[in-house]
Design a binder for this molecule. Structure first.
Ligand code: C2E
Ligand code: MG
Ligand code: MG
Length: 605
């Protein structure tokens, strides 16, 4: 085998003649030669071609570049293949073609035939089965006639061991769902980062990120959609962080961004703000569009703590602060946050105790007839009278209650308390007033829920028509048939049903017709500035029209200005609720408010 003088014009001619008319696609060989020239692999290529052309028994030949890396393949059917799939290189081994050709077994070895989708592991097993000569070298072709590579059993086994080790390492250090580092790898990197910071005098930031109301997203869309939401969130986290930052998943919907080598905390704030902003764009999924916001807390090493293991707890405490401040935002750690450090006392366990200690209170907000100004009913809204933190609004603890399941107990307390209050007002001589109570998905799905309602109404001797349950669209649209059955049972008791925050969820109108609903509550976001926001006005108008066509009553929420009342009245919206009439007030203050409101009406009339 002596290489012919290298000449680019010679190769195609020689190739064509040596293939002796068997060549189906001569242009392919020409292309190959051009590519090989471009890769400056002519010498090796020529060796290979010579070997190939003179030995009719050879099935196929690989071509290597000057570093002995395989670049292409030539076979009897003028097949040209470029090495792309990862295992081809692995199968090929690391030997140059020249070495290979020197092997005696080389041409005596029949090709090993594997299936197209074979893995390195499959090939290794076959090579081992085929006999030890394949452990040194041999061709591998696929059953479909494609060349797969040159087998080298030793290299293969080596690859498999390395891969297995890599796999084990991967499993131990990366999150399977999102592919990002897990808690273990984060801990490792955090430690390294802090050591480095000590040496350089730089800072390390931990951003603790929790997805707001992820449980609800998961419950309403299902787990696989929930997983996809998490993956999309991770993509946004990565895009918002710097390339050098570590984005890790702690558990469930909790993530951490580790930022090393900072010169000032402002750099972390910048990234946190960027993350919050990146979540505003809706995620399109299953034909829906949903916004998954996040709450972020940060802690800085060594500013907030020089003990690495405290850092995550402090970032977590700051995250809770961001949640308390209304979610969808960012908070830096401050020492005052110690009080509700979740490690010592989580909001959940505090809330559990709060229910037992009777720290919850109901406030009531009147619902007013927009034409006459008469009070038509009240909505019961829960608050938490926290011994240290004062009055806590529901949005700061209802989601925790929902996530932990405490909502069932809390919700039962609310129903019981609301009915007891109606009874008490009646005993004080007030006209019987309907009371609306907010019901969460989990409550509605409780087996004994209908029985519970029945028992409470009987115990307080309240006309079922005076109780209204407010459900959100998301609650209704999940497990529709099951929900429908429960709602029909509730309806059969004489209890009224309303859809709360209407317009913000994903109602299907055909289902809406099937539900035994009495009224729709237009979400306050559409009522806000309805007098000079045309888009709100048209949405509200459409909701009123829909309600009319389905013979449903309608209530507008969040009315703050008389101008809003005027617009709503003109579009034939019957009732309203909002700060304009009254903020939610304590039960004891309600009779006095009612008397004053009545007087105002009389004065206005
Ligand atoms: P929601 O049922 O839509 O209640 C209306 C919310 O709007 C109340 O907030 C009320 O105070 C507020 N609001 C009323 N009028 C106005 C207004 O004119 N302007 C503005 N800006 N806001 C107004 P709140 O009491 O903070 O309750 C928030 C949410 O918490 C409720 O929304 C409801 O979804 C939930 N919630 C409250 N109590 C309970 C409960 O007992 N059980 C359950 N599951 N959820 C509850
Ligand atoms: Mg409500
Ligand atoms: Mg509402």
């Amino acid at each position: 085998m002596s290489p012919t003088p290298s000449s680019s014009s010679l190769l195609p001619r020689r190739a064509a003649s040596l293939f002796n008319g068997q060549l189906q696609q001569p242009t392919t060989v020409r292309q190959l030669v051009r590519t090989m020239e471009a890769l400056s692999v002519r010498a090796s290529c020529q060796c290979a071609l010579d070997r190939f052309f003179v030995d009719a028994g050879l099935y196929a030949l690989p071509v290597v570049d000057e570093h002995a890396h395989p670049v292409a393949l030539l076979d009897r059917k003028s097949f040209v293949e470029f090495f792309g799939r990862p295992y081809i290189r692995e199968l090929f081994g690391r030997r140059s073609i020249v070495d290979l050709l020197a092997y005696e077994q080389y041409d005596s070895t029949a090709p090993l035939v594997v299936d197209e989708g074979s893995t390195v592991e499959d090939a290794a097993r076959m090579i081992i089965d085929a006999g030890m000569q394949h452990m040194v070298t041999g061709f591998v072709v696929s059953r479909q006639g494609r060349y797969v590579g040159i087998a080298n059993g030793h290299d293969l086994l080596d690859t498999i061991t390395q891969r297995k080790q890599a796999e084990l390492y991967y499993l131990a250090h990366y999150d399977a769902l999102t592919g990002i580092p897990n808690r273990a790898l984060l801990a490792d990197r955090l430690e390294q980062a802090c050591l480095e910071a000590d040496r350089k005098g730089s800072l390390v930031a931990l951003l603790f990120i929790d997805v707001d109301r992820f449980k609800q997203i998961n419950d309403s869309l299902g787990h696989s959609a929930g997983d996809e939401v998490l993956r999309r969130i991770v993509a946004r986290l990565k895009a918002s962080a710097r390339q050098v930052d570590t984005v890790a998943r702690l558990a469930g919907d909790e993530f951490v961004v580790l930022m090393e080598d900072l010169s000032n905390p402002g750099q972390a704030e910048l990234v946190a703000d960027r993350i919050v902003a990146s979540m505003q764009e809706p995620i399109e999924m299953l034909g829906h569009s949903l916004v998954a916001t996040v709450s972020i807390g940060s802690a800085i090493y060594p500013r907030d703590d020089d003990q690495i293991h405290n850092l995550l707890t402090k970032a977590d405490a700051a995250m809770y602060e961001a949640k308390s401040a209304g979610r969808n935002g960012f908070c830096s750690y401050t020492p005052e946050m110690h009080t509700y450090n979740p490690a010592s006392m989580s909001l959940e366990s505090e809330l559990r105790k709060a229910i037992e200690r009777d720290e919850l209170v109901l406030f009531f907000q009147p619902q007013v007839d927009l034409a006459s100004g008469k009070v038509r009913g009240v909505e019961a809204l829960v608050r938490w009278r926290h011994p240290q933190r004062g009055l806590i609004p529901p949005m700061q603890f209802i989601p925790v209650a929902e996530e932990s399941g405490l909502i069932v107990q809390l919700g039962e307390w609310v129903v019981r308390q609301a009915l007891a209050q109606l009874r008490a007002w009646q005993a004080q001589g007030l006209e019987p007033l309907p009371v609306a109570v907010n019901i969460s998905a989990l409550q509605l799905r409780q087996k004994g829920f209908v029985g519970f309602l029945m028992a409470q109404l009987a115990e307080c001797v309240i006309d079922p028509g005076l109780l209204e349950l407010e459900l959100t669209e998301t609650v209704l649209m999940k497990d529709v048939e099951e929900v429908l059955r429960t709602l029909n049972e509730i309806k059969a008791l004489g209890i009224r049903l309303a859809i709360d925050d209407f317009g913000t969820g994903f109602s299907s109108l055909s289902y809406l017709r099937r539900f035994p609903i009495d009224r729709l509550k237009i979400d306050q976001s559409f009522v806000r500035d309805i007098d000079n926001t045309p888009v709100n006005e048209s949405i509200a108008r459409a909701i009123v029209a829909l309600a009319n066509s389905l013979s449903l009553e309608i209530v507008a929420e969040g009315i703050e200005k008389t101008a809003e009342v005027a617009v709503l009245r003109q579009m034939n919206c019957q009732e309203g609720q909002g700060y304009l009439f009254s903020r939610p007030i304590e039960a004891e203050r309600f009779p006095a408010w009612l008397a004053a409101h009545g007087a105002l009406q009389l004065a206005a009339a």
